[in-house]
Design a protein around this ligand. Sequence first.
Ligand code: DX5
Ligand code: ZN
Length: 215
Amino acid sequence: MKKFVAPSLLSADFACLEKDIEMINQSQAGWFHIDVMDGVFVPNISFGPPVIKHIKKIAQKPLDVHLMIINPDRYFEVFKEAGADILTIHYEASPHLHRSVSAIKNLGMKAGVVLNPHTSVALLENIIIDVDLILLMSVNPGFGGQKFIENTYYKIFQLKEMIEKRNPDCLIEIDGGVDTINAAKLYQAGADVLVAGNSIFTSNNPIETIKLLSY
Ligand code: DX5
Ligand code: ZN
């Protein structure tokens, strides 16, 4: 019931964002995935709260905001005001993760924690009961259109086991290199939400591709 695709706007046409947002509104997608990059935590810069504020005006589905920035806590309130429904922060950028997750929830948003491909799932053991979702990066963060890292399946199995024991309501989200070929296998492995940018926005029929990527 809770499995669906979250298109990443990083691969959308920034000059015609409204058109792509409307397309996602009409599609089977569950959330909008929004990638915020600071050029420090990751080697790329994308966009920030002012753009999200405009997206929020036309988006008819929750905004899943993935922060690839250092010191994310400084901006929680700003992202809440911009319209974020789910705020996901990197384990690698958060030395006081429990405090950060609590702050996000206290602002009325769902809280997620992201792991880079090399970061072990075992490190989540003492935060898993506090989060609404875990996002596993299946590419190194920073760019769309990269190749899916196969070790992600192993991490999904490990995470699924932890979640079933400790926090069955926690969602597993996968981000990077998701396409119509690996989507079914990812859902089967235990993923609940699949982020997809390149595979949707380079296809001739994005609505149909979202359908193919849906559970
Ligand atoms: C990468 C971003 C992803 C990216 C996924 O750093 O977090 O959300 O947009 O793009 P694709 O689906 O093209 O790999
Ligand atoms: Zn992302």
